[in-house]
Write a protein that binds this ligand. Structure first.
Ligand SMILES: NC(=O)c1ccc[n+]([C@@H]2O[C@H](COP(=O)([O-])OP(=O)(O)OC[C@H]3O[C@@H](n4cnc5c(N)ncnc54)[C@H](O)[C@@H]3O)[C@@H](O)[C@H]2O)c1
Length: 370
């Protein structure tokens, strides 16, 4: 048999757990699965299959649990998790968040939360004079401790002297690992610039440890330039000098807030992705849009699926499919450039229109006749 006649090696195959959960989460995850299957079938360079997990507020209301007994062991068998959003009007948010999303992030030690933001070609930032390319950031959020460590409690419930504490927890181990991850991320980007966000003027314990560990880790990365900003001043810089920012590292709460601002400055929360990574790769990582379940638009078919498409591209890159990842993101930008965008970006397209347009663009650019 001549070498050219030899069978092509089998494409790598990935098993993805899908957890659409609530509200528009179900709509955007369905759209992303359609696009990922089209990409896999068209490129032929990787195979992908999805196992659906019906973990949602509906399940909780029926069974009293978001995650059934043994559920996390099942989840762990997959290469990655594609998540929608959790939250329902008739379940308190702290129950839904802690029982599903945080239960996964914390158990699987997904300590690095990565949130890229940019102005897509064909979309508009609300900032005057901010064009595609002027705003291109990666926010690295500490995802395992800090203000969301779950430390604290309530005493004397119902009494006038009722007390509640919410203790932010910073460990040397936790800060060191996220700083190292953030420096590595900054090193991989063109500007090699890391802004360390802090609030050590007012918070004189945890945040001072944060600053000290950042300075120690910086010595291992002489090729990365750093600057330090108080979180309040950072909001002004994001609005006034977006081009001066590249990679940002911040605590769990601070980065949570800054990344919503970042998403709005890039045009809409409907395009912003997030990856919850276990950089040790001992556990599957989880990919999701930043947005929530959006009660106000659920069932209307107008949710922007772009954030979930972008997070799907991030998932492919994490799995090692860099070429497919870059192609998917480029295709999504091409569709935006054609003006096929949902109402949050000023368009009239529905979720299904954007999804179909992305699939058509994939086939037209990479289909067999090409
Ligand atoms: N990761 C998560 O699962 C997550 C994140 C945030 C909020 N939540 C939950 O979601 C519920 C609603 O929260 P919220 O209203 O604060 O935030 P949200 O992100 O759901 O909605 C905020 C606003 O942005 C709009 N929006 C969000 N995503 C959009 C999209 N893809 N396309 C177009 N418009 C979009 C919504 O219509 C709404 O007006 C709550 O229960 C909350 O706890 C979950």
């Amino acid at each position: 048999m001549s070498p050219s006649a030899a069978a092509a090696p089998p494409a790598k195959s990935y098993s993805i757990a899908s957890i659409p959960a609530d509200g528009i989460g179900t709509e955007v995850v369905e759209a992303a699965i359609t696009v990922l299957k089209t990409l896999s079938e068209t490129l032929g360079t990787f195979a992908i299959d999805f196992t659906h997990f019906d973990w949602s507020s509906e399940t909780y209301k029926k069974t009293g649990k978001y995650i059934p007994d043994g559920g996390l062991d099942e989840l762990k068998k997959h290469d990655a998790i594609l998540f929608g959003a959790v939250g329902a009007p008739d379940v308190p948010d702290h129950i839904s968040l802690w029982s599903l999303r945080l239960a996964i992030c914390q158990t699987f030690q997904q300590y690095a939360n990565v949130r890229p933001t940019k102005v897509f070609r064909g979309t508009q930032s609300p900032l005057r004079n901010c064009k595609a390319g002027d705003l291109d950031w990666v926010i690295v959020r500490e995802n395992s401790e800090g203000e969301y460590a779950g430390q604290g409690g309530r005493s004397h419930r119902g009494q006038p002297w009722e007390t509640a504490t919410e203790v932010a927890m910073f460990t040397r181990h936790g800060v060191e690992r996220i700083m190292r991850f953030a420096f590595e991320t900054a090193r991989s980007r063109p500007l090699k610039l890391l802004t360390i966000v802090t609030k050590s003027n007012a918070q004189r314990n945890g945040m001072v440890l944060w600053d000290e560990v950042a300075a120690e880790v910086a010595k291992e990365f002489p090729d990365v330039t750093t600057d330090k900003m108080l979180v309040d001043a950072m909001t002004c810089r994001m609005v006034l000098k977006p081009e001066s920012i590249d990679t940002i590292v911040a605590t769990n709460l601070q980065a949570d807030i800054l990344s919503d601002l970042a998403a709005a400055l890039a045009g809409s929360i409907g395009i912003a992705p997030t990856s919850n990574l276990d950089p040790t790769r001992k556990n599957p990582s989880m990919f999701e849009p930043i947005h929530g379940s959006a009660f106000d638009i659920t069932g209307k078919g107008i949710a922007n699926p772009v954030a979930t498409f972008w997070t799907s591209a991030e998932m492919l890159a994490w799995l090692g499919e860099h070429d497919a990842s870059e192609k998917l993101l480029d295709v999504v930008e091409r569709v935006c450039e054609k003006g096929i965008v949902t109402a949050d970006l000023g368009g009239t397209a529905k979720t299904v229109d954007v999804t179909n347009a992305v699939c058509e663009e994939i086939r037209s650019l990479y289909g067999e006749s090409k």
